[in-house]
Write a protein that binds this ligand. Structure first.
Ligand code: SF4
Length: 191
């Protein structure tokens, strides 16, 4: 089975061409301001999160683990989760986002991908996660439904099919996403 990353779920839902460029036609991408800033913020974030109370997530006592590497041969999927909170009530994946906007559907797929990996590793259901909006210092509760998980598995199958066929997918219909895209130079057919 072709091995994919949780991040691919997010990218495919944002624009399937991004995943195509990464796997089928690896091209040099131009680092964007957003990517550079993300790296700088990561270290600072970990320090802040250590001091943050779990109350922020509406949870009681629990254990926090940062940058948790998750992988499953059965799912053909792997990825590094920003934060895992373990409490007596359950396991809660947390993804940090450098945005004040409410999470989009592609962010939900990413979180559901981590939930699938956690379920396999810990043999227990994972049905709630959080997207932490850094600028707002707000943890948005995300219900990770069975429907969302099933859709993730479908998207992974679709990506594998695209890789095998080496077929350039349709560009996203949201052209505003192209403005800050590191693959913009390779999508000349749509500009
Ligand atoms: S430039 Fe637009 S269509 Fe091309 S990969 Fe980026 S987001 Fe997708």
């Amino acid at each position: 089975m072709i091995s994919l990353r949780v991040n691919d779920l997010k990218q495919a839902a944002y624009c399937p061409r991004i995943v195509f460029y990464q796997y089928v036609m690896p091209v040099e991408k131009k680092p964007t301001y957003k990517m550079e800033r993300g790296k700088l913020e990561e270290a600072r974030l970990d320090q802040l999160e250590q001091r943050r109370k779990l109350r922020k997530y509406g949870l009681g006592e629990g254990r926090r683990s940062f940058h948790v590497w998750l992988s499953s041969e059965r799912l053909g999927l792997s990825g590094k989760l920003d934060l895992l909170i373990e409490t007596p009530e359950g396991l809660f994946p947390v993804d940090f986002k450098w945005t004040a906007q409410e999470p989009y559907l592609n962010h939900l797929f990413q979180l559901a991908g981590y939930a699938l990996l956690l379920e396999e590793r810990h043999a227990r259901p994972v049905s709630t996660g959080f997207i932490y909006l850094i600028p707002k210092e707000d943890a948005v509760v995300i219900e990770i439904t069975e429907g969302l998980k099933t859709e993730c598995l479908r998207i992974l199958d679709e990506i594998r099919g695209m890789i095998v066929r080496e077929q350039l997918p349709e560009a996203t219909s949201f052209r505003n996403r192209c403005v800050d895209c590191e693959y913009r130079n390779y999508c000349r057919d749509i500009f």
